[in-house]
Write a protein that binds this ligand. Structure first.
Ligand SMILES: [Fe+2]
Length: 311
């Protein structure tokens, strides 16, 4: 079954209620859904594809195949006729964009295009957080306020530009190992053609089907906590593929490191105690990230336990 595809433009018309319900279902039942007609101009998305592909080709591809650890280790494994898989790394080329990073120097238009793109995506993230507030029955602006630690604009908005180069032995290494995302709302602009992203749904790995110019949304561990488990962060991974280079641009709206995260009080009061068996903790996001950095590819529950114990 394909993951839900939702027409975000319908949120402003007669079909608002239906669209709100579709988003609620996407958050509650899937943890992943795709938005079409999301308001990001197609012309901008086309430029994003162009500059990121060009940047990879001109500034990164050669180094990946010449120098990178996954390429070296995979080669060693094949040369010694080993049977095993590479378990502790990903077949991925990745770099992070924030507002004040160094920009790739050799790709014309990269900085301008990605700055414009990030501003649009941040607005979309904020709209989505308001939709989630409403669907969860918590005060409008609650998620944004929580993530900003009460202050305006201290939340972290980052963009990971990833490429998954063709892999000669995809059975021996994963593009990106299974994990749940640490943060808040993640907005993924994935390749039009080259797939590989899978989510764990009802115990089965399910493809996130590429749809040109759609934005795929998923929720991270912090949304799970603040929603008191209504919106679960979902396991996902990227399979390495033998043909084609997969482009994947993930932007994430995360709490500031100083923000205190806890379940929204409105959701705790309503919650049936029997259902609320886990007891999500209250913690400072920076402390969570210290644990996450060590345990990204492990189950999330021990992370919640670790920050609970620290408080
Ligand atoms: Fe992820």
């Amino acid at each position: 079954m394909p993951i839900p595809v939702i027409d975000f433009s319908k949120l402003n018309g007669e079909e608002r209620e239906k669209t709100m319900a579709e988003i609620a279902n996407g958050c509650e039942e899937w943890g992943f859904f795709q938005l079409v007609n999301h308001g990001i101009p197609v012309e901008l998305l086309e430029r994003v594809k162009k500059v990121t592909t060009e940047c990879y080709k001109v500034e990164r591809e050669e180094n990946f195949f010449k120098d990178s650890t996954p390429v070296k280790l995979l080669k060693e494994l094949i040369e010694k006729n080993g049977e095993e898989k590479l378990e502790n790394l990903d077949w991925e080329d990745v770099f992070l964009l924030t507002d004040d990073n160094e920009w790739p120097p050799k790709t014309p238009g990269f900085k301008e295009t990605m700055t414009e793109y990030r501003a649009e995506l941040k607005k979309l993230a904020e709209k989505l957080m308001e939709v989630m507030d409403e669907n969860l029955g918590i005060p409008k602006g609650h998620i944004k306020k929580l993530f900003n630690g009460g202050d305006e604009e201290t939340a972290f908005f980052g963009t990971k530009v990833s490429h998954y180069p063709p892999c000669p032995h995809p059975e021996r290494v994963t593009g990106l190992r299974s994990h749940t995302d640490a943060g808040g709302v993640i907005l993924l602009f994935q390749d039009d053609v080259v797939g590989g992203l899978e989510i764990l749904k009802d115990g089965k790995w399910t493809d996130v089907q590429p749809i040109p110019n759609a934005i795929c949304i998923n929720t991270g561990d912090q949304i799970e906590v603040l929603s008191n488990g209504r919106y679960k962060s979902v396991w996902h991974r990227v399979q390495a593929v033998p043909n084609g280079t997969r482009r994947s641009i993930a932007s994430f709206y995360n709490p500031s490191y100083n923000a205190t995260i806890e379940p929204a009080s409105q959701l705790i009061q309503k919650e049936n105690k029997e259902v609320n068996h886990f007891g999500y903790p209250k913690f400072v996001f920076g402390d969570y990230m210290s644990v996450y950095t060590e345990q990204k590819f492990l189950p999330k529950e021990p992370r919640f336990e670790a920050v609970k114990a620290a408080n």
